[in-house]
Design a protein around this ligand. Structure first.
Ligand code: M3P
Ligand code: FE
Length: 309
């Protein structure tokens, strides 16, 4: 088995200031499938092509932002081993009991140096995936409702001490660095893209003075045409679009960024590099950050570095 340890991003629990307008947005504009509501009022969603119960969980709160970002690990033995490795590294770990989230097993929760809560879990019930496990169709009716991404793909988080995050993710959690941006000193890493797979990134961090900030949760689309269709749907629904459609220099993905009704940034993207852990990471200088962000325009959109939730 080549794929062990941390498998992939599992779910993001996102705070929204109005659960009704947020649910409408994630279900009918972004086009996720609603899979449940729990006793505390959290609303659960998955992308149409995802197998597990949920990948986005919305929680009504006074402020927008991210409660935690969770990764699925291979099995319970992996969960126990990673918890012990995390404790050895000095992370304070808390066990969240099975069932605290719908359809989700026990989770290990810990705070990383940038002030974000990260969780690991081994078990999440499968969602109904009608007709798709035997002689499947390439897409289903759900793939036509709203933007309809294939999956929740990654998050970019802003906070301090991202180089300590780098050590934690590479030394303990088995990730590797795929790309980074150096600060004007030419040496210090100020932005990091990290993979636990062959994706260009499963999580990314940008150095920022305020801890625990969300920059964006990103959703994978199939093609550039689907990105343009997403842009049409955003405009039809008066979604505030920040950047794009365009191409990133960093990761080479094609992208649009916009904001949900609570002001949380989201990304819909396609393409991008594939990565392998034996390859040297790609470095970007501070001066080239504008082309890293928006390659055609070579433009450092000011809000990209300053607006976070
Ligand atoms: C992404 C991505 C920057 C590029 C960000 C890239 C900070 O969000 O998904 O590849 O320039
Ligand atoms: Fe992204």
């Amino acid at each position: 088995m080549a794929l062990t340890g941390v498998l992939r991003p599992g779910h993001a629990q996102v705070r929204v200031t109005d659960i009704a307008s947020a649910s409408h947005f994630y279900r009918d504009v972004l086009g996720l499938v609603e899979t449940g509501t729990d006793g505390s009022g959290r609303v659960y969603f998955k992308a149409w092509d995802e197998r597990d119960h949920s990948s986005v969980v919305l929680r009504q709160a006074d402020t927008a932002g991210i409660d935690h970002f969770a990764f699925k690990v291979r099995d319970r033995a992996t969960l126990d081993r990673l918890e012990s490795d995390l404790r050895g590294w000095g992370a304070l770990c808390e066990r969240v009991p099975a069932g605290e989230m719908l359809a989700t097993g026990e989770r290990i929760r810990f705070e990383i140096p940038s002030g974000h809560l990260i969780e690991l879990y081994a078990e999440k019930e499968a969602a109904p995936y009608p007709g798709q496990l035997r002689n499947p169709r390439p897409w289903t009716a759900a793939a036509e409702h709203g933007i309809a991404p294939l999956r929740m793909d990654h998050a970019l988080l802003y906070g301090p001490r991202v180089n300590e995050n780098l050590a934690l993710f590479t030394e303990i959690l088995g990730f590797y660095l795929t790309e980074y941006v150096t600060l004007p000193d030419g040496e210090t890493k100020g932005a990091l893209w990290l993979s636990c797979s062959i994706k260009a990134h499963d999580i990314a961090f940008v150095e920022h003075p305020e801890p625990g900030r969300l920059h964006h949760v990103s959703f994978l689309l199939e093609s550039w045409e689907k990105i343009l269709r997403a842009g049409d749907i955003m405009s039809m629904n008066k979604v505030p679009v920040e950047i794009g459609p365009t191409r990133h220099g960093i990761t080479r993905g094609m992208t649009i960024y916009g904001f949900d009704p609570s002001g949380n940034r989201f990304e819909t993207f396609c393409g991008g590099l594939q990565s392998y852990p034996d390859q040297a990471p790609i470095a970007w200088s501070w001066e080239e950050l504008p082309s890293g962000l928006d390659y055609p325009q070579r433009k450092l959109h000011e809000t990209f570095l300053s607006v976070v939730t």
